[in-house]
Design a protein around this ligand. Structure first.
Ligand code: FE2
Length: 187
């Protein structure tokens, strides 16, 4: 499993969202439960305000933005997202002791893993259909994330982002365990 089968940094850094997130957390917002995370919605105006998101939105329209929180000293267990094929994440809590790992099963007790070491103010395309986990050995951890208007396969989205036409993207280096179109129907 290669790192860019799992995540891929966007070209432009965040310019406005980190300040907004810092401010919003300070306002003690109301969190809602969302697939085992606590979440609150970020105004969709940031799609146009953030150059990285604005560029991506022209390629594949973005639906909703949000901030996700995981508690301190907790693990969000290994999973494949049921409702998302791909997304974009940016870690706000970059100096915290937390780990985002992607894994493939080596045998019944072991996984081989790749770590996403989030750089500050950096958005990543994220392959939600590779097994992943978050290990948070610190205080609460905050992550910016989003939903696209329509779900899109990670590899197809990465090709679109890099200007490769869909028709030519048949052999895009998918890992052998990829289940392709079956995933669109959910697990
Ligand atoms: Fe996930």
């Amino acid at each position: 499993m290669r790192a860019d089968d799992c995540f891929y940094p966007l070209r432009q850094k965040a310019e406005h969202l980190p300040d907004f997130i810092a401010w919003a957390i300070g306002q003690d917002p109301i969190w809602e439960s969302h697939f085992g995370f606590e979440a609150f919605e970020i105004p969709s105006e940031f799609i146009e305000l953030e150059p990285a998101l604005s560029e991506l939105n022209k390629i594949w329209p973005i639906g909703r933005l949000g901030l996700l929180k995981v508690d301190g000293m907790s693990v969000y267990d290994w999973h494949v997202d049921q409702h998302r094929l791909s997304c974009v994440n940016m870690l706000f809590s970059v100096n915290s002791m937390s780990h985002t790992l992607f894994g493939t099963q080596r045998d019944h007790l072991n996984k081989d893993v790749v770590e996403l070491l989030y750089e500050p103010d950096t958005f990543y395309l994220f392959n939600n259909q590779v097994l992943h986990t978050v290990i948070n050995l610190d205080s609460p951890r905050y992550l910016f994330s989003l939903y696209f208007e329509q779900e899109k396969d990670y590899f197809e989205l990465k090709d679109l982002y890099n200007g490769r036409p869909q028709e030519l993207s048949g052999n895009s280096g998918r890992p052998e365990d990829d289940r392709g179109a079956d995933r669109a129907s959910g697990d």
